[in-house]
Design a protein around this ligand. Structure first.
Ligand code: LRH
Ligand code: MN
Ligand code: MN
Length: 374
């Protein structure tokens, strides 16, 4: 099951231009209505992630109830400690204790929101870092980060988790305070079992072997979630599986191998994407389908044959087992899976034929920006 992000439904763009699209949501309720369409046509996107304060409302319990009435639930609560002027030199790692307090209070507020929505996961991403050598003490910033995380960890309920996301660079260019999975992992281990790592597939150096990271985190019981997207260069936030479907397959193979599809392992599969030039709901539907295709191929890997080839040192034989699965056309299988659930075999065609897009274009005037790319 795949969680879609509320911010994918609003207008988005780059630092150069945000293109306004027709029919985009004007408030969090309308974002949820759009997310419900993605679930209705794919049968595989039952929850939607919120970003606070982009999705600020007065009554979160009412928002959760509204989501339920449309057949979806509210998922991860994404904190936002990167868009205020106060955060120019960092949020929880800022040299100013007053700013650190403000940022940590926001994270605690997000846990209050989780209590109201029934969300399990708090997703933390820090834009914190430095641009110049000597600008601030790298190690002291880690201490400040650890203090803030510990305070928020203490506030988590019994069944709530903290997902700590890392990112190599941007917006900081010399150091990020959580630049890689090792840093995130080290903090999560120090915090305890409720703290787990979130792998955003767009947050690595080019050429990084992400499936290796996935294997390592699963082995250590610390893979909490994915923010799926794909990229050609940096944090492009393009549709998952579009730039490199083979990489997505390799990641899903490690997920299958490591038991990551087992609900008990509780890996959250989330999209973190923007659709700058393509229709947004269709973009989300396509993304869900791409993840399904990669997962189906990963499930087709003949595990006993792979192990036998590996144990025999049969390099090419082992590689061929993987490639056979990857090169299988799983689309007919997925059409069957959908039809068995009473869904249309082609979700995009069914969505286009439904008239939903025409309806929202007529109803919604002056939709909002996702918050990103302003
Ligand atoms: C940062 C990030 C993080 C934010 C989202 C909007 O690049 O991946 O997950 O919350 O983008
Ligand atoms: Mn992300
Ligand atoms: Mn990102």
């Amino acid at each position: 099951m795949i969680e879609t992000p509320s911010w994918a439904y609003g207008n988005s763009g780059t630092r150069f231009k945000v293109f306004a699209q027709r029919g985009v949501p004007r408030d969090p309720y309308e974002k949820i209505a759009d997310a419900a369409q993605v679930h209705a046509f794919t049968g595989a996107a039952p929850t939607v992630a919120l970003h606070i304060p982009w999705d600020k409302v007065d009554d979160y319990a009412a928002l959760a109830e509204y989501a339920r009435s449309l057949g979806v639930g509210l998922g991860a609560i994404n904190a936002n400690v990167f868009q205020d002027d106060d955060y120019m030199l960092g949020s929880v790692t800022n040299p100013d204790p007053g700013v650190r307090r403000k940022a940590t209070d926001h994270l605690l507020e997000c846990v209050d929101i989780m209590d109201a929505t029934g969300s399990r996961d708090l997703k933390l991403w820090f834009s914190d870092g430095t641009n110049y050598p000597g600008q601030d003490d790298i190690r002291t910033r880690q201490d400040r980060l650890a203090d803030a995380l510990a305070e928020v960890y203490e506030r988590l309920g019994q069944h709530q988790r903290m997902l700590l996301e890392y990112k190599l660079f941007e917006p900081s260019f010399y150091t990020m305070d959580v630049p890689d999975w090792g840093t995130s992992f080290a903090h999560c281990v120090a915090l305890g079992p409720k703290a787990v790592v979130c792998v955003d597939t767009g947050h690595h150096a080019p050429g990084t072997n992400i499936e290796f990271i996935v294997a390592m985190l699963l082995r250590a019981g610390k893979l909490g979630a994915f923010d799926f997207n794909s990229r050609f260069y940096a944090d492009d936030d393009l549709m998952v599986g579009s730039a490199d479907p083979f990489q997505l397959f390799r990641i899903m193979h490690e997920v299958v191998r490591g038991g990551g599809l087992d609900p008990a392992t509780a890996v959250a599969f989330m999209l973190d994407q923007c659709h700058n030039i393509e229709p947004k709901i269709q973009g989300q539907i396509r993304s869900v389908m791409n993840v399904q295709e990669a997962t189906a191929k990963a499930l087709l890997v003949d595990a006993p044959a792979l192990k036998a080839a590996q144990d025999a040192g049969d390099v090419l034989g082992a590689n061929a087992v993987l490639m056979d699965a990857y090169n299988t056309d799983v689309r007919p299988l997925l059409v069957q899976w959908r039809e068995d659930k009473g869904l249309a075999g082609d979700p995009i065609a069914a969505y286009k034929a439904s008239g939903y897009f025409e309806k929202i274009v007529a109803e919604r005037v002056g939709g909002t920006q996702a918050g990103w790319g302003a």
